[in-house]
Design a protein around this ligand. Structure first.
Ligand SMILES: [Zn+2]
Length: 229
């Protein structure tokens, strides 16, 4: 597939169904596994090839919504809420003269199942490639509803977990919510916090066994292994 000429007028393709379908891919892993870095790398590569993308995120805590990686790369993103229809959002972009060839969806676990269905619709009916990056399970080890829908609908689900280890050395697959030094076993599904161990409420990546046992290890509080690169 060759890159479209950026000067070409926008095709009236939304909902037309005549385009070659795009792909919906779900890249998932625990916190600090390099998801945002990969998202920005993918955006960079496709941008260089002449494609135009839209970056979406949820619950961004910065003044200007963005996708940021731990290696210091930052790109502005559009923050959406539960009510946003992603197909309409892309339609508005086209109407404003900004072509959309692909979507990068960061924090995909926080999108609603309906919005995940809109991602599939954009891929199927508008030929848009959708790359979703997110965490599969919440602090109790239950699938986020958005992530569950992504596993069901995505053409491909790609695990990103090799870089994050539990303190015991096993692959870290679970994000434990640590409240005042104790692994939380109940609470709201969404509490936005970082992996900074100094904070009263933070997240720590553990293996299944130590997540189940609530065992933060001999150096509890020493933090995770932020090998995000
Ligand atoms: Zn462990």
């Amino acid at each position: 597939m060759s890159a479209p000429d950026p000067a070409t007028p926008l095709p009236d393709q939304l909902g037309a169904g005549g385009e070659a379908p795009g792909v919906l891919k779900f890249f998932y892993g625990p916190m600090d596994c390099g998801k945002s870095t990969l998202a920005l790398q993918l955006d960079h590569n496709r941008g260089k090839a002449g494609f135009r993308g839209l970056l979406l995120t949820r619950y961004d805590r910065s003044a200007i919504p963005q996708i940021s990686s731990r290696v210091g790369i930052v790109k502005p993103a559009t923050e959406v809420d539960d009510r946003e229809d992603l197909a309409e959002l892309v339609g508005r972009s086209w109407a404003a003269g900004v072509r959309v060839d692909y979507l990068i969806v960061d924090e995909a676990q926080f999108f609603t199942p309906a919005q995940v269905e809109q991602m599939a619709q954009l891929a199927d009916d508008s030929g848009i490639d959708v790359y979703a990056f997110g965490i599969a399970t919440d602090f109790l080890g239950n699938l986020f509803p958005g992530s569950a829908r992504l596993f069901e609908l995505a053409d491909e689900s790609v695990p990103l977990q090799v870089e994050v280890l539990c303190w015991c050395g096993r692959p870290g697959r679970f994000n434990a919510r640590v409240v005042d030094g104790v692994v939380a076993k109940s609470g709201a599904r969404v509490v936005v916090a970082d992996t900074e161990a100094a904070a009263a409420v933070h997240y720590k990546v553990l293996c299944r066994r130590h997540h189940r046992q609530g065992d933060l290890g001999p150096t509890a509080g020493a933090g995770t292994f932020p090998l995000d690169s």
